[in-house]
Write a protein that binds this ligand. Structure first.
Ligand code: G6P
Length: 588
């Protein structure tokens, strides 16, 4: 969570940093701030609220200086207050700093520092600025100072730091939170995410954990926490700046929903050899574990259901935040498949750290180029769906699904698999073109406090995903359920008019699910059927085209995304930045 960035170069830093913050707002958006240094003056501008509204109030982009740091926050320790917003400044104004992550021993550090330092915020971050200042007073050398400090901090941290008496240098520190250097012409950037500086450069250096970087406007020097010099080649990332704009759409989320007809095709573009190697490794394991969080976990569930039919080994899917017993049962015969859009989800990366020493092979599926996940995996497949800015996963979900299909087709020796997905992508377009027909259902959902999503077999994870979208975007309580389970509790909650969304294309589970829908209807529920075939039990029918049974999940989800998005709009919520959430969850 939180986006951090720094700039040094020939331009005025504040406008560059302001734009970077807007690009990274998906990482956290309860407060933000910028600090620049000009002559001997440190300027700090920060406040609570969304970046645009802070900017209107205190003109974030108007601080003087060609060096600066900036931060957009998702609160963990300490409430949403101006004092808790970053950047944080040390007492003697020698150090200005931004932090992403969690410092686990901050209370202890607070006790040690509070006699000599005035610590103003309730955050776990501010102590770092004071600790750096104290250490700098002794060491006088920024790199040595940051090495010492890094060893005293427990937890996860990415830092961007400026020493006010070194106005031509900016420093980055990375341990278990992303940090990337952008290499420009007579200017350089340090940031949590490439999208923040993609307008200026697409040449980057990815820092690894336990590394510190010293950046001037024309040099980059990396050392590890022991001070050993590290040489690292730059990487060219081929992302167009246009990919992060909203184009003609009013929100990133709806743009990304519409992009799906092409992004599911892009997911198929895998290097043949690498793909082959990935699948061979996958089938060589004696035990297969799939993990993810949020939407990516729902893909793990679908993948497990499909994969068990094609491999002899047992396949298990687990939430990355609930990993203990799965980790215990992994040995060097195991294959771990972590799935993640951002490639930075802390719970997921922790699972990998915990199993790497056991010789487990890690085969990942990820989207963000250069993410931590891509670098700690033995083999990986990229979603190729471009940056996803809307906080709720949409196009990344269907791209993950497209890769799952590609793997299953390969295992099932299906020769025309790619063609099948390309055909499906046209059907996605058809569904998207009918979005206006959902109006009446949106009104029903808008007036409800609870909505139930029901599905059996491969439709169950889609029911979970549909409910998650509605919660995230519309702030309506929603529950995704295995349809057969309603009689074990949920029926007690059904009242006159309660919406029940039944994900039920015409396949083997159709009749059983219709029975469950009938049971709901008998208690007063309004039934919304998402199906290739109408049924008298449906009060509303959202028609989806007929396709091969296993392919339904890819198209049945699209109307659910639209329902969540348009209900959010109806309620005047900002679907791109749902309250209290962040896209990249880099804390446990
Ligand atoms: C956050 C996002 C979700 C996402 C989840 C997992 O909660 O808001 O949309 O599904 O993280 O993210 P990942 O990047 O690991 O797929």
């Amino acid at each position: 969570m939180c986006g951090i960035t720094g700039y040094i170069g020939e331009k005025e830093a504040a406008p560059v940093l302001l734009q970077a913050l807007k690009r990274m707002e998906y990482r956290g958006y309860d407060s933000a701030g910028i600090s620049t240094i000009y002559k001997d003056n440190v300027t700090i501008k920060k406040d609570i609220g969304r970046i645009d509204s802070i900017n209107e109030k205190i003109e974030l982009g108007k601080a003087e200086g060609k060096i600066g740091v900036a931060h957009t926050r998702w609160a963990t320790h300490g409430g949403v207050t101006k004092e808790n917003a970053h950047p944080h400044l040390s007492c003697k104004q020698k150090v200005v700093m931004v932090h992403n992550g969690i410092i686990e021993n901050y209370r202890q550090l607070f006790k040690e520092l509070s006699d000599n330092h005035e610590i103003k915020s309730e955050t776990d971050s501010e102590v770092i600025a004071h600790l750096i200042e104290e250490e700098y007073d002794k060491e006088k050398n920024p790199l040595k100072t940051l090495q010492n400090v890094s060893k005293k901090l427990d937890g996860s941290f990415a830092l961007v730091v400026i020493f006010s008496d070194k106005k031509d240098e900016i420093y980055g520190v990375r341990k278990y939170a992303p940090l990337i250097v952008g290499i420009g012409e007579q200017e350089n950037f340090i940031s949590s995410d490439i999208v923040s500086f993609i307008d200026y450069t697409d040449n980057v250096i990815f820092l690894e954990d336990k590394e510190i970087v010293k950046v001037t406007s024309n040099s980059i020097e990396i050392v590890n926490f022991d001070g050993d010099k590290i040489s690292r080649d730059k990487t060219h990332v081929a992302w167009e700046a246009a990919d992060v704009s909203k184009e003609e759409f009013s929100h990133h989320t709806i743009k990304e929903i519409h992009e799906q007809s092409s992004t599911v095709q892009n997911a198929l573009n895998q290097d043949d050899e690498e793909f082959e190697e990935f699948v061979n490794k996958l089938t060589s394991g004696k035990n297969i574990f799939i993990t993810g969080s949020g939407s990516s976990f729902h893909i793990a569930l679908i993948f497990r259901k499909m994969l068990t039919k094609f491999v002899d080994s047992p396949v298990q899917a687990f939430l990355s935040s609930e990993s203990e017993e799965y980790i215990e049962s992994m040995n060097d015969n195991a294959i771990l498949i972590p799935i993640s859009q951002s490639g930075e989800t802390a719970d997921l990366l922790e699972v990998i750290r915990n199993v790497k020493d056991k010789g487990v092979t890690v085969l990942s599926i990820y989207n963000t180029v250069g993410s931590s996940l891509s670098r700690v995996s033995d083999f990986s497949l990229n979603l190729n769906c471009g940056p996803e800015i809307g906080v709720a996963a949409t196009k990344s979900f269907t791209s993950q699904l497209a890769i799952v299909y590609k793997i299953i087709f390969k295992l099932g020796n299906v020769k025309d698999g790619n063609e099948k997905i390309i055909e499906l992508s046209n059907k996605i377009k058809d569904i998207l073109s009918k979005e206006k027909t959902l109006q009446e259902i949106i009104e029903l959902i808008n007036e409800s406090n609870d909505v139930y999503f029901l599905g059996r077999a491969i439709h169950h994870p889609i029911a979970l995903e549909g409910a998650l979208k509605l919660k995230e975007l519309a702030y309506i309580h929603a529950e995704g359920m295995a349809a057969g389970e309603i009689k074990h509790g949920t029926l007690a909650l059904v009242e006159e008019g309660t919406p029940a969304i039944i994900i039920n294309p015409k396949d083997e589970s159709y009749n059983d699910t219709i029975n469950n829908a009938t049971e709901m209807k008998a208690r007063g529920a309004k039934i919304i059927g998402i199906s290739s075939e109408d049924n008298e039990v449906y009060d509303y029918w959202i028609e989806i085209p007929k396709v091969e049974n296993m392919l339904y999940p890819l198209i049945e989800l699209v109307p659910l995304q639209l329902l969540a998005y348009y209900t959010a709009i109806r309620r005047k919520n900002n679907p791109d930045y749902p309250r209290n959430l962040a896209k990249s969850v880099t804390v446990k």
